[in-house]
Design a protein around this ligand. Structure first.
Ligand SMILES: *Cc1c(COP(=O)(O)O)cnc(C)c1O
Length: 410
């Protein structure tokens, strides 16, 4: 039997517990949606205030130089790099994830001009597949996007495959894929590997260098807590930085943007992947939020994340046996930082939980999804969330009329 007191005792000895105070969380709420929109940190709030109180109103246009605005995409890239095991100069923060993927896909296709296939996952996030198809039509040669069963990747690899693009943690089930193993398989076929770390970065330890990943991208507003619509990041292994070109070339990826010449010449290094003016307000929030990560390590975050998801799964087994089907792997090696439960009434169940102040989300057709962000969640939060879920099911709160109509954002 798991008790509430035992959970409180675990929080008391949790070395990450003090970091919770860095976040603005609503009293009495349990936020299990940091995988979709991370909360605001005090350091992000302060960094945005610096910009709106000083750098913009006082510094005005001088701040492009004096406050280092122009270099923020690269500076934040270097700050983020340790979270994915990248080296300085290999990561850029800009755009949004779908746009960043477009740049990497378009660039990668030019590195394999004799190949005609992009392989992706038939359970991938739809936007990744849409943008792959869009870039395929821009390739200047026939390119087919093949969405396959990811477990059958080996059967689909051959010398016509230019690129394999997979999302490491499945947004529905929270299943985590083996980055090093899949990258090696892809390379053995002469193809390039692009990983989407949207649901990994900030929650799952990654080592792109050891895994020999070619390209990667990830999201700023999920576990990185960079704010709604935060900029994304892109990673290019240093061995590709000279050859890989940005297919969405713009003035700020030019070697000398202030020469205003019409012939395009790429900047050296990762800077060539900047297209347009950096969004300073948005970058400032992400800049501040990354400071919180500097106070921990990915291995400590992973250890707590697994302890939280283990506790949730055990408590569900214990308190609601046979009610839900667990969509998330029990095996630690295959689990990200979320737990997904299947139930025919998942939409109503999530709405009833939200009405009780337990914030999760719903993913079509039947998934109730709970994200466990180790920076600010307590063990007692997990315990209380499960007790709320027990009450929802016992009282049939999910059948309330108010929850029949679906909101546009689920
Ligand atoms: C969240 C997410 C996106 C969303 O990307 P934006 O373009 O930044 O809105 C794309 N792909 C995956 C896998 C995601 O999880």
């Amino acid at each position: 039997m798991i008790t509430r007191d035992a959970c409180i005792a675990r929080d008391e000895v949790d070395p990450l517990a003090p970091l919770r105070h860095e976040f603005l969380l609503n009293e009495g709420e349990i936020y299990l949606d940091g995988n979709s929109l991370g909360p605001l940190s005090r350091s992000a709030q302060q960094r945005v205030r610096d910009v709106v109180d000083q750098e913009w109103p006082v510094g005005m246009i001088r701040s492009w130089n004096a406050a280092g605005w122009m270099d923020m995409p690269l500076r934040l890239g270097d700050k983020l790099a340790p979270l994915i095991g990248a080296q300085p100069g290999e990561v850029l923060v800009a755009d949004t994830l779908t746009i960043m993927l477009a740049k990497l896909i378009g660039g990668a296709l030019r590195l394999r001009p004799d190949r005609h296939v992009i392989i992706t996952d038939n359970r991938n996030f739809h936007s990744d597949v849409y943008i792959a198809e869009a870039m395929a039509t821009q390739a200047g040669r026939p390119v087919e996007v093949r969405a396959i069963d990811r477990n059958a990747l080996a059967e689909h690899l051959n010398d016509d495959v230019a690129l394999v693009m997979l999302t490491q943690v499945d947004f529905r089930t929270g299943e985590q894929l083996d980055v090093a193993g899949i990258t090696a398989l892809t390379h053995a076929a002469g193809a390039l590997m692009l990983w989407d770390f949207a649901h990994s970065t900030g929650a799952v330890p990654l080592d792109v260098t050891a895994a020999k990943v070619d390209f990667a991208a990830g999201c700023g507003y999920k576990y990185l807590n960079g704010g709604p619509g935060a900029p994304a990041f892109g990673y290019v292994a240093s061995r590709w930085l000279e050859q890989l070109e940005n297919p969405l070339s713009g003035w700020l990826g030019h070697a000398r943007p202030f020469d205003f010449v019409l012939d395009y010449e790429s900047a050296a290094g990762i800077r060539k992947f900047v297209t347009s003016s950096p969004s300073i307000l948005a970058l400032a929030a992400l800049d501040g939020s990354l400071d919180v990560f500097a106070r921990s390590s990915m291995s400590a975050l992973r250890e707590k994340s697994l302890a939280l998801t283990d506790l949730f799964i055990d408590a569900i087994d214990d308190r609601l046996p046979g009610v839900f089907e667990l969509a998330t792997p029990r095996d630690h090696a295959r689990r990200g930082s979320q737990v997904s439960l299947r139930h025919a009434d998942s939409y109503g169940i999530i709405q009833a939980l939200i009405a009780r102040g337990v914030i999760g989300d719903f993913r079509d057709p039947n998934i109730a999804r709970f994200g466990f962000a180790p920076l600010y969640l307590r063990f007692v939060d997990v315990y209380d969330a499960v007790e709320h879920l027990v009450a929802v099911m016992e009282n049939q709160e999910h059948h309330a009329d108010a929850f029949r109509e679906r909101n546009p954002v689920t």
